[in-house]
Design a protein around this ligand. Structure first.
Ligand code: GDP
Length: 138
């Protein structure tokens, strides 16, 4: 995968609060093209696999519980400098520290229910995209 794609999930709190459409509009307004998208659920096993880097951390069980608490939207996005531009668009992990105008500043509730995921490297964008989509064009 070149450095023009990233992977995102609209998380259960944002879905539950009716922010999915607003968040997708922000993503498109910022110049990202949606090239794959689906509404889905994470099973406990798949959430544990997706977040295995955080296994053993104090918030791990809460994170798995939260990420399996309702539907999510998973999507692959395309834009130049996709990973870093998308991390800027979503803002700090903790919405209290997220800059005004970022998605987490506008739509997140708390550090655990923080509305949206964005890959943190090109390598992880590729791994995470393949986790949800098997299409070769990713
Ligand atoms: P992200 O890349 O900004 O999503 O942050 P991380 O990869 O570091 O963490 C993954 C997810 O775990 C975050 O989006 C949060 O939902 C959750 N998380 C991270 N750090 C904390 C923490 O200190 N406390 C709690 N409760 N959740 C956290």
């Amino acid at each position: 995968m070149k450095n023009n794609k990233t992977f995102t999930m609209i998380k259960p709190d944002a879905m539950q609060n009716g922010y999915a459409g607003l968040i997708l509009a922000e993503i498109e307004k910022a110049g990202f093209k949606i090239i794959e998208m689906k509404m889905t659920y994470l099973s406990k096993e798949s959430a544990q696999e997706f977040y295995k880097i955080h296994k053993g951390k104090p918030f791990f069980n809460d994170l798995i519980h939260y990420m399996t608490s309702g539907p999510i939207i998973a999507a692959v996005l395309e834009k130049d400098n996709a990973v870093s531009d998308f991390r800027k668009l979503i803002g700090n992990t903790n919405p209290k520290e997220a800059e005004v105008g970022t998605i987490r500043n506008m739509y997140a509730q708390s550090i655990d229910a923080n509305a949206i995921h964005g890959s943190d490297s090109d390598e992880n964008a590729e791994i995470e995209s393949h986790f949800h989509f098997s299409n070769e064009k990713n």
